[in-house]
Design a protein. Structure first.
Length: 112
């Protein structure tokens, strides 16, 4: 749907700035596009862009004068996925166990 022109990371403000370009409307390859914030999020997920929360979610499109062809999207930096070390505990405490005698039954054989 759209192309990512640039991706800049600002470590100081902990943000990611994506500049995207929508295709030209009213051409053979594209007609009018309007994308809700959920559509933009899913398109970025499909592209594999890791990001945090979107600062100013809005509907984007490619039909002037209401919409522009280029947009600057600002996101938070994604949280680092740190796997916590899990230590497994084994229960070695002594427990009182009672053993019961099991009953055995003789099976009857049928004669014939």
């Amino acid at each position: 749907m759209f192309k990512i022109i640039s991706k800049t990371m600002d470590e100081e403000n902990s943000t990611i700035k994506l500049t995207i370009r929508m295709p030209q409307p009213f051409t053979e390859e594209c007609w009018v596009i309007r994308m809700s914030p959920q559509d933009v999020e899913s398109a970025l997920d499909d592209m594999g862009i890791e990001r945090g929360k979107w600062h100013n979610p809005r509907t984007i499109g490619n039909r002037p004068p209401q919409y522009a062809l280029e947009y600057d999207l600002v996101f938070d930096l994604p949280r680092k996925r740190v796997q916590k070390k899990v230590t497994k505990k084994v229960d070695n405490s002594e427990k009182k166990v009672t053993l019961r005698k099991t009953r055995t039954k003789k099976t009857k054989t049928s004669g014939g």
